[in-house]
Design a protein around this ligand. Structure first.
Ligand code: PRT
Ligand code: ZN
Length: 284
């Protein structure tokens, strides 16, 4: 019995999906032209598909689970469950206008023509914000629509913003944010569901490890209490004596974001030789 997973064959989610499974200790090869493979050391069968086809494969039960951007599901809802956000493939669906155009707010879009591959999401957004604009559906190369006279503005996915920039456009409004998610068919058979639980356990450990760092620092023994208060660790930090009398090493886990917030405070409290180390896996 295998869990069947559908991944994007090529594109913005392909590398992230493969990397995540590899980090979960699941090895497989995605050779050129391969549409299906089996993992070597985990009961997983992998289908490589176009991202737009993945929700249907999962809804129809051809695949049990799949990895897809939230934007695809929002545009085209299917009978699937979202079981986990995966933290990669982050982007936003944004309305962008030509750089030279003065833009003061959504009402400026009234009567304008907006090119997009996301007509449903955009139409809901306009309805919710009482904007009456014309939506022009295009498939691909959305960003060139204003310069060729096809539309006044666009609504497209953005990550770094460089595509908009090089097409003379600037982001005006964020319609939705998106990231890759793991979806599952609603009627998952019991054996498949048990394998999915194992997979989710590994995915959550990988995600927790990515969001946290192991921190080691040296400090005078009489500063341990002050420094422990600053470190929002898993429980209390490990304190190990150093060869130098009255000095200790403190060790703890801290989220990367929190580290940058407290680093100055730690130094002021007497911390020295601060090391921040990546974590491979973190069992949560
Ligand atoms: O062939 P297939 O149908 O499988 O792929 P696709 O061309 O339909 O999709 P693909 O690979 O472009 O995107 C798959 C998913 O990746 C999307 O549905 C999003 O959830 C996610 N994602 C994350 C992105 C981006 N970032 C992204 N930047 N999808 C597309 N882009 C495009 C965007 O459309 C624009 O053309 O990249 C360009 C902008 O990038 P920046 O960095 O210049 O802003
Ligand atoms: Zn696609």
């Amino acid at each position: 019995m295998n869990l069947k997973i559908a991944l994007q064959k090529q594109g913005k989610l392909a590398d992230g999906s493969t990397r995540l499974l590899h980090k979960c200790g699941i090895e497989f090869s995605n050779g050129y032209g391969k549409l299906r493979t089996e993992a070597e050391d985990f009961p997983l069968e992998i289908f490589f598909l176009r991202d737009d086809d993945i929700p249907d494969y999962v809804a129809d039960g051809v695949a049990d689970v799949g990895i897809i951007g939230q934007n695809v599901l929002a545009e085209n809802p299917k009978k699937v469950k979202t079981v986990e956000k995966l933290g990669f493939g982050r982007c936003r669906l944004s309305i962008a206008v030509p750089k030279g155009l003065g833009y003061t707010g959504l009402q400026d879009l009234t009567g304008k023509k907006i090119a997009t591959s996301y007509p449903n999401i955009l139409s809901d957004f306009f309805t919710a914000n009482a904007v009456s604009a014309e939506i022009h559906e295009v498939n691909g190369s959305v960003e060139i629509a204003p310069s060729v006279g096809l539309s006044d503005a666009v609504c497209d996915l953005v990550s770094s913003g460089s595509t908009l920039f090089s097409n003379g456009l600037r982001e005006a409004e964020t319609v939705m944010t998106s990231e890759a998610v793991l979806i599952a068919r609603p009627d998952l058979p019991v054996d498949a569901s048990a394998i999915l639980d194992q997979l989710l356990f590994r995915i959550r450990s990988v995600k927790a490890a990515e969001q946290n760092k192991y921190i080691l620092l040296n400090a005078p023994a009489d500063k341990v209490e002050d420094i422990s208060r600053i470190l929002p660790g898993m429980r209390s930090p490990t304190v190990v004596p150093l060869a130098e009398p009255d000095w200790v090493s403190l060790q703890s886990v801290i989220s990367e974001h929190e580290f940058w917030n407290v680093v100055d405070e730690l130094k002021r409290a007497g911390a020295e030789g601060i090391l921040v180390v990546s974590i491979d896996h973190m069992i949560v």
